[in-house]
Design a protein around this ligand. Structure first.
Ligand SMILES: [Zn+2]
Length: 148
């Protein structure tokens, strides 16, 4: 058998998958062949390194920080939902009273109504624009977290 053939069997030897006769043949060859011994050592190094990446072998601290960051993210998400809900309710009722007591009041002239209307529309556009910018920054932060 050539060295190339033996080298193909080395991974099997490492994992204990060879038949008894094959294993003896490879082991006898390894005693005589420094080249194949080197290859086996290299394979063992690879196995050692890749074995470290397996999830069961991750140190507990890694899982701790994973759950912590997940918890933080859920917490922050819940805060945002509550803040948005509160803001929407306030804005909604505010708008309702504004329309009822100000825009519907025939004693108030049309010009101040147009002025207030313009302020509201302009302010809302600004708010939406800022919110969109924040959302964009937030999504990019999340992306960075994935990269890290
Ligand atoms: Zn060899």
């Amino acid at each position: 058998m050539s060295c190339q053939k033996f080298k193909e069997l080395l991974a099997g030897l490492q994992d204990g998958e060879l038949e008894e006769s094959q294993r003896l043949e490879v082991e006898t060859h390894l005693k005589r062949c420094a080249d194949c011994r080197e290859e086996l050592a290299r394979l063992e190094k690879v196995k050692e390194v890749t074995g470290k990446v397996q999830y069961n072998d991750l140190p507990l601290e890694v899982w701790d920080s994973y759950w912590q960051s997940l918890y933080r993210r859920v917490e922050r998400g819940a805060s945002w939902v509550l803040i948005s809900l509160g803001a929407a309710l306030l804005l909604g009722t505010g708008l309702f009273y504004l329309v009822r007591d100000f825009f519907m009041d025939s004693a108030i002239a049309i010009i101040p109504k147009v002025g207030v209307g313009a302020l509201i529309v302009g302010g809302s556009f600004l708010l939406v624009s800022v919110a969109r910018e924040r959302l964009f920054a937030y999504n990019r932060d999340r992306y960075k977290e994935v990269i890290r």
